[in-house]
Design a protein around this ligand. Structure first.
Ligand code: SAH
Length: 340
């Protein structure tokens, strides 16, 4: 999803625009390493997460008029846990939906594709490197921590105007910017632009408007843009310098939900949220499911309840993480977003 425009003529030798640096670092990282040693994601923390999202998809499918076939798409499926948990819940609660759906996984990493294939067994999954090659049919799309991995550009306001950040020798260098940004921003302001996310939003909005369906995107970031520098990297659960060791650390940025939703609406979708993840999950019955899992396996009861708390508590992942839904305009308000 990242194209490579030519580097600026006055860039120091070897300087790489931040989004190109980040795309290269992310591709190398996901191709070679097990990201789950460096950070924990919701589907890896609690199986109830994928189960609730599977049931969200099932309710959405009913609201769509039960199309057959329908694509159940996941972008950036990681180890395949979310999809495995979703499919198990769907098969149990709504077998008609299980029979109608085709599993499509959008994944760039060959290594993670193997992990997903092992996890999903005979689910009939088909892999795509990009959403552009998905077949033409109604879709229900899920993505958790996918947008935060897409490469960003960063701009910084200096006395002489906006400058763009490039990376050279493990540090930022600033070059003239060709992007129009607010002239009245105070000096030192940092503005991030995620062009890959914008393109994805535009594709998704147009796809939903044309073929029908809905999407649920869960990621981390504030509800409004203008949050400054959010580039970060994690190694073994600890924050590290995002520029120091490209390909060896997990590098991400906050998602600008407002910009993403606006791009999707401009392309024809209706948007709901973003809602704090904790609120969204509780409305889907996540806590009830977690309590049931705790009862079913008393030896793991404490761990199940601690995991549920981690995903929903405001001071843990419940507030910083957000859920955003995109729908075609014929659909009612999606489950969980009633008063968003
Ligand atoms: N959703 C999973 C994994 C999150 S990590 C979970 O919640 O556990 C990000 C995932 O997105 C990885 O599977 C990574 O390989 C994939 N990914 C990153 N950039 C991508 C891109 N441009 N296209 C497709 N997949 C990408």
């Amino acid at each position: 999803m990242t194209s490579a425009p030519p580097e600026s003529a006055d860039a120091p030798k070897g300087a790489e625009r931040l989004d190109h640096f980040m795309a290269r670092a992310a591709a190398a990282y996901y191709a070679a390493r097990d990201p789950f040693q460096d950070f924990a994601t919701s589907p890896e923390i609690s199986q109830a997460f994928g189960e609730c999202l599977g049931l969200w998809a099932a309710v959405t499918w009913q609201a769509m008029g039960r199309p057959d076939p329908v694509l159940l798409v996941e972008c950036g499926p990681g180890r395949g846990s979310l999809m495995a948990d979703a499919l198990r819940a769907i098969a149990e609660m709504m077998p008609d939906f299980r029979a109608a759906l085709r599993v499509c996984l959008v994944e760039i990493s060959p290594r993670l594709r193997e992990a997903q294939a092992a996890k999903l067994g005979d689910a009939g999954a088909v892999w795509h490197a990009d959403v552009a090659s998905l077949p033409e049919a109604p879709i229900i799309l899920l993505a958790n921590e996918f947008l935060d991995a897409l490469p960003i550009r960063q701009f910084i306001r200096r006395a002489e105007g906006w400058r763009e950040r490039y990376v050279a020798g493990g540090a930022f260098v600033e070059l003239p910017s060709d992007v129009a940004l607010p002239e009245d921003a105070p000096e030192g302001t940092i503005q991030e632009v995620n062009e890959a996310a914008q393109r994805f939003a535009a594709w998704l909005g147009a796809r939903l408007a044309r073929y029908g369906g809905a999407a649920l995107l869960i990621d981390y970031g504030p509800a409004e843009g203008g949050f400054g520098d959010s580039l970060q990297a994690m190694r073994a659960g600890q924050p590290v310098d995002p520029l120091a060791a490209p390909g060896e650390v997990d590098i991400t940025a906050h998602v600008d939900f407002a910009a993403f939703a606006e791009a999707a609406r401009a392309a024809g979708a209706v948007t709901y949220g973003p809602l704090p993840q904790g609120v969204f999950l509780q409305r889907l019955g996540f806590m009830t499911r977690a309590a049931m899992l705790a009862r079913l396996d008393p030896r793991r009861a404490q761990a199940q309840l601690a995991a549920a708390h981690r995903l929903t508590a405001p001071e843990a992942m419940g507030r910083l993480f957000k859920a955003l839904a995109l729908c075609d305009s014929s659909l009612p308000i999606p489950a969980g977003f009633e008063t968003a």
